[in-house]
Design a protein around this ligand. Structure first.
Ligand code: SF4
Length: 512
């Protein structure tokens, strides 16, 4: 606002940049991902990146950089003696491979024109005019894209199963933007920073599976995502890119937004569709699967934001391009939010198979204050702990499972040597226990009993036998709970008990 005010205060100002007289003004972009360095300001076309900008800096930036093309060096990102003038120089960004986050932080997130100018909607156009719905599905299938919401189910296979229901007229495309994991904000950044990419991806999916309506289920805490998506959908409709007769074809697709009410369990597919239908968001027994009887008991493609955001690139550049990125079993990139005891917290996108070491040290700048790495919680409250021995493991859907963890949607909480792992397990268990919908006994009662034991141990009132009971309960909940929330709720306890049992014992024995 301050910069905008300065631009307005100097009417008639005309500044030449390489022969052009550009518009001088301020646009709000989406998140650039470097949380630690904000507030950020990027000056184009000079491509300077200023970090930690304060109100008092605005006048100097305007006079020196905007009017005279001079850098304000003190606002560049610095590490030691080194100074990094452009976003592409900053290691946090330079070491990433951005596909779904490509436009975040680069464009006005409320300008469909900018999206189109950068190549946006050419994938939809290619799909509609050069490909049959089957061709689109085959391309997505061939790319090997796996659902980024956590499960890693092959996307093309899911689409094929929905499209195969030719006897049912209504098909739906639903996007899971619920993202309830503490410490995760990847999907929110895409919805806020590049809403058009998500809408284009969903529209292509709808064309592929013959869906007429699509729903985006947005987390309650993301009002800006709702605002930007609503705006983007209205613009797309106005330009004939959404709604009836898209791009003059017979294809019609209408999109709607549903706001969640803050329940973590609504990230589970059947609870999410129940919530859209107006019922209480509770998981149901499967089968029937969502692909056969999803929203309003009709065949439904349900993918998360990141999955849909990958689709335009695959359609435009082809499956072969996509499968050269990442690993053989998990092609493409993965976005992660890195938080906790790390120098540069923020949002990153890296090829699948990138090691924790690269993410934490090369991109994240290492442990805060030069501390020692102890563990990372991957996959949110339902995930598990990876430790120093896993630092060089290439992370993908299959590799993390070997270590009692899950990729989840991509939350990484980094912990240093001062973190108490029993406290960590208690924190995550208290979260999942609170979020348990209460429908099935193993989760409703099991997580409660586990939390009681963990609290007892943290309070110094535990007994050594508690550890066996914890293990028994964890196995019972994992094997018998109805939905993914319950099945994965014990994972933080299982993995910390396996690797940091001594910490549990110390809590118990030091109070004896
Ligand atoms: Fe509800 Fe938990 Fe059962 Fe899932 S596992 S249905 S969250 S009680």
């Amino acid at each position: 606002e301050k910069m905008q005010e300065l631009c307005k205060d100097m009417p008639g100002v005309s500044v030449e940049f390489e022969g052009h007289v550009p518009h001088i003004g301020v646009v709000k972009t989406g998140c650039q991902g470097i949380c630690e360095l904000g507030p950020l300001m990027r000056i184009e076309p000079l491509h300077y990146q200023y970090v930690k900008v304060q109100m008092d800096d605005c006048e100097e930036i305007f006079k020196r950089t905007v009017l005279n093309k001079e850098p304000v060096e003190r606002l560049f990102y610095k590490k030691g003696e080194e100074s990094f003038p452009t976003p592409d120089d900053i290691p946090f960004i330079a070491k990433q491979t951005r596909i779904t986050l490509e436009n975040c932080g680069r464009f006005d997130a409320e300008s469909l024109d900018e999206y189109i100018a950068s190549g946006g909607y050419s994938a939809l156009s290619k799909a509609l005019f050069d490909m049959s719905p089957r061709d689109v599905i085959d391309e997505v299938d061939k790319s090997g894209l796996r659902g980024r919401g956590g499960g890693g189910f092959p996307t093309g296979k899911k689409w094929k199963q929905v499209a195969a229901h030719t006897d049912v007229k209504e098909h739906y495309v639903v996007c899971n933007g619920d993202e309830g994991d503490p410490g995760a904000f990847m999907d929110g950044s895409v919805m806020e920073g590049d809403p058009y990419r998500l809408i284009e991806g969903m529209t292509i999916a709808a064309y592929a599976v013959s869906a007429q309506d699509g729903y985006i289920y947005v987390r309650a805490e993301y009002p800006l995502s709702v605002e930007r998506l609503t705006h983007a959908m209205a613009q797309a409709e106005e330009k004939g890119l959404l709604g009836d007769n898209i791009l003059g074809t017979d294809f019609c697709f209408h999109m709607h937004i549903n706001r969640g009410a803050g329940a973590f369990v609504c990230g589970e597919g059947s609870a999410l569709t129940a919530s859209i239908e107006g019922d209480r968001g509770m998981p149901r027994v499967k089968p029937p699967r969502t692909v056969d009887q999803g929203l309003w008991a009709k065949p439904t493609v349900l993918n998360n934001v990141e999955t849909f955001a990958n689709v335009p690139g695959i359609v435009m550049k082809g499956a072969d391009w996509f499968s050269t990125i990442g690993t053989e079993g998990s092609p493409g990139t993965k976005t992660f939010s890195i938080t906790g005891s790390i120098e540069n917290t923020g949002l990153i996108e890296v090829p699948m198979g990138t090691s924790l070491r690269e993410m934490i040290y090369d991109i994240g700048g290492g442990i805060k204050g030069g501390g020692e790495f102890k563990a990372v919680q991957i996959g949110g409250p339902s995930g598990g702990c990876l430790t120093a021995e896993h630092l060089d493991v290439g992370l993908d859907f299959d590799s993390v499972k070997k270590y009692d963890a899950i990729m989840g949607s991509g939350g990484l909480v980094v912990m240093d040597e001062n973190t108490c792992m029993v406290e960590v397990a208690r924190f995550f268990m208290s979260f999942t226990q609170r979020e348990s919908c209460g429908k099935c006994v193993p989760c409703r009662e099991g997580t409660k009993r586990m939390l009681e034991i963990l609290e007892r141990i943290v309070d110094g009132k535990g007994v050594i036998e508690d550890l066996d009971t914890l293990e028994e309960l964890a196995a019972m909940v994992k094997n018998m709970a109805l939905c993914g929330l319950g099945k994965s709720a014990p994972l933080p306890v299982i993995s910390t008990l396996k690797t940091f049992r001594n910490e549990y014992e110390e809590h118990i024995l030091e109070h004896k």
